[in-house]
Design a protein. Structure first.
Length: 147
């Protein structure tokens, strides 16, 4: 039987792997990156972030509250990164460079691997970002009609 360790408990290990130039493979548990990353099915390969980032890259970072997050870069400005999960509509502004632990280089699925920078890696984030205003309206309508 496999034991599940918390990311907080594993932090020294994965930081040592990344600092040594290695790759850390993680099986995300949350739904925030659906449908791109499906918990229980997909894994991600993470390497130490070298400071280079493009829109729609997926960063692994630690929030001030101690939570670890995998979200897409939707904006870059003087205040930091604007991040959002593919399955979310609320933007997270001001993610700082110091919070970034690594960058996702691959999404590993049973049917194949999606590599960073490829169309299949980027396009789900691009589509979700472009239809975000519609998803906000849809969510408000659902809440309104559900009352």
């Amino acid at each position: 039987m496999k034991e599940k360790a918390s990311l907080a408990a594993m932090e020294p290990v994965f930081r040592a792997i990344l600092d040594g130039g290695g790759v850390f493979t993680l099986r995300p548990r949350g739904d925030s990156m659906r449908p791109t990353i499906v918990p229980g099915r997909d894994s991600v390969s993470i390497v130490k972030w070298d400071g280079q980032v493009s829109l729609y890259d997926i960063l692994f970072y630690k929030r001030a509250d101690g939570n670890f997050v995998l979200h897409r870069v939707l904006g870059i400005d003087k205040d930091g990164f604007t991040m959002c999960g593919d399955n979310q509509v609320v933007l997270e502004h001001g993610v700082q460079v110091e919070q970034v632990i690594g960058i996702v280089t691959e999404i590993i699925r049973p049917q194949g691997t999606l590599a960073r920078g490829t169309r299949d890696f980027v396009s789900p984030g691009l589509r979700r970002a472009k239809n975000r205003p519609l998803r906000i309206i849809y969510g408000k309508l659902r809440r309104l009609l559900g009352k």
